[in-house]
Design a protein around this ligand. Structure first.
Ligand SMILES: [Zn+2]
Length: 67
């Protein structure tokens, strides 16, 4: 029996259902986020603290333009 599981990250912008994962074996979300950042996925710290926010490439670009 395998305990292998795919990790996936999902865009945290309301109404966006973009999702990504990797076929490489990764043990942590940190590792997965590092891999996906090559495709434009970004992770933001929540302004008021709390869980990290993941942004798909489209929303990451918007965020950059606004800043
Ligand atoms: Zn998005």
């Amino acid at each position: 029996m395998s305990t292998y599981a795919y990790l996936a990250i999902r865009c945290d912008v309301a109404g966006c259902y973009a999702e990504t994962h990797t076929s490489h074996h990764v043990d942590t979300y940190t590792e997965l986020r590092r891999l996906r950042s090559a495709d434009g996925w970004r992770t933001r710290r929540h302004p008021r603290g709390g869980p990290l926010l993941d942004l798909c490439p489209d929303h990451a670009r918007e965020e950059t333009r606004r800043a």
